[in-house]
Ligand binder design. Structure first.
Ligand code: GDP
Ligand code: IMO
Ligand code: MG
Length: 426
């Protein structure tokens, strides 16, 4: 009956894809529960490097069922391209299931994402431009089209007429190009043809698997600090990236959750706008970016880099109730010299250890840094805790204390085997 949530603990790109791939060895299903193709999850194995945007990262294994859950917003064009890429790698995609309750990202959502960002001017959020916000807006406003409707198109044509009129009025506000309902209907018919077989109700499927004792991984997208409620609003995404989203976005109820794993990088990165108190605007930040190739998996934008922010990490652990933490990219700090951790913030002359809810307050916070001796012996590729250099062990232990939960896995490289399993998690 167990389900395990794998949640980004920071601002995304923590290495969730690599960890989901590692854990899939012992799981029978993987469910993506939130976000859309704003996500970019990397898996590296003997076949090469795979970048997933919608398809769960477990698909590279031959055995698991991979589900795109009801909480996801699906761009059919992006998904079809992803399926095509997998087929070209001879990966069996017949194990892919798309919840009929997941919402469709329509072309007008993508257009509106761009137009709204432009309209925000200097306050632009730096979205991925994939139509995520406008698609979730329509879901909440009950204007959305669900994947199930692509399978059963009766009434969709008439509904599209009304929807497109409403969307075009919105687009006109920003002087954008209007959409044509008939043309969109034709596109829906094509998507129905191409994706129809993957679209199913997923509740019974998940329930049956849990009833027979299968282990299900709930694959998070983005990170806790990009969560619509708990993140650094308004510089967030439009879905629930935290554990609540794992429940509502998958249909797995909380009593099935046996583990909640928070994935953290050994330092911090962020793409897009918004406060980041431990950001390094100097040579060290540039060195981390270049040696770790910190460029967005989805948009290719440079990621902002900084020291590990323990104030944010502790907050993230508290809103998610992490049963354990996973530390990735420890190898990036090899040979970097002294390593620092932000252990508190200085706000208007006072030291605070609580993560503020206001983005403008967080913007004024300066990091209070604790310094650690660096290590020259590499951690890259290590598989055993005992082999870690003494200084790296001290760093890991301190992070464990600061996050407030045990570290169960340490990742020392992008490949599956470059992993230290500190204690079993499934
Ligand atoms: P996700 O969105 O959380 O799945 O993370 P991304 O895939 O966007 O970014 C993580 C990047 O780090 C990818 O390029 C991974 O291949 C890479 N990666 C993951 N774990 C490690 C690690 O322990 N060490 C190194 N050097 N790279 C890693
Ligand atoms: P994964 O799953 C990092 C960021 C964007 C932007 C903000 C809002 O790979 O960790 P959106 O397009 O969602 O409306 O953009 O959220 N963002 C991510 N940053 N990793 C991601 O996903 C992200 N998904 C969205 O850069 O700041
Ligand atoms: Mg990513």
């Amino acid at each position: 009956m167990p389900a395990y949530a794998i949640i980004g603990g920071q601002w995304g790109d923590e290495g969730k894809g690599k960890i989901v791939d590692f854990l899939t060895a012992d799981a029978q299903a993987v469910v993506r529960f939130s976000g859309g193709n704003n996500a970019g999850h990397t898996v590296m194995n003997d076949e090469g490097e795979f970048k997933f945007h919608l398809v769960p990262s477990g698909i590279v294994w031959p055995h698991p069922i991979c589900i795109i859950g009801n909480g996801v917003v699906v761009d059919p064009v992006g998904l079809l391209a992803e399926i095509d890429g997998l087929q070209r790698h001879k990966i069996d995609v017949s194990r892919l299931v798309i919840s009929d309750r997941a919402h469709v990202i329509m072309p007008y959502h993508i257009a509106l994402d761009g137009l709204e960002e432009k309209a925000r001017g200097k306050d632009a959020l730096g979205t991925t431009g994939r139509g995520i916000g406008p698609a979730y807006m329509d879901k909440v406003a009950r204007w959305g089209i669900r994947m199930g409707e692509l399978k059963d198109v009766v009434g969709l044509r008439a509904r599209l007429e009304a929807l497109v009129a409403q969307k075009n009025a919105h687009i006109k506000l920003y002087d954008g190009e209007p959409f044509d309902a008939s043309e969109l209907y034709e596109r829906c018919l094509a998507w129905s043809e191409q994706l129809g077989d993957y679209i199913q109700p997923t509740e019974a499927l998940i329930e049956d698997m849990l009833a027979r004792g299968d282990a299900i991984l709930l694959e998070g997208a983005q990170g806790a600090l990009l969560d619509l409620d708990h993140g650094t609003y308004p510089y967030v995404t439009s879905s629930s990236a935290t554990v609540g989203g794992a429940i509502t976005g998958s249909g797995v109820h909380p009593r099935h959750l046996k583990g909640i794993m928070g994935v953290f990088k050994a330092y911090t990165t962020r793409v897009g706008a918004g406060p980041m108190p431990s950001e390094l605007d100097d040579e060290v930040g540039n060195t981390i970016r270049e040696r770790a190739w910190e460029y967005g998996t989805t948009t290719g934008r440079p990621r902002r880099c900084g020291w590990f922010d323990a104030v944010a990490a502790r907050y993230s652990a508290s809103v998610n109730g992490f049963t354990s933490a996973v530390l990735t990219r420890l190898d990036v700090l090899d040979g970097l010299g002294p390593v620092k951790v932000c252990v508190a913030y200085k706000l208007d002359g006072e030291i605070i250890t609580r993560f503020p809810s206001s983005a403008s307050v967080l913007e004024r916070c300066e990091p209070v840094l604790e310094e650690f001796e660096g290590w020259d012996n590499p951690t890259a590729g290590l598989q055993n805790m005992k082999d870690l250099p003494r200084q790296a062990k001290t760093y890991v232990r301190r992070l464990e204390d600061l996050i407030g939960c045990p570290i169960s896995i340490i990742s020392t490289g992008p490949k599956r085997e470059e992993t230290v399993l500190v204690h079993p998690v499934l």
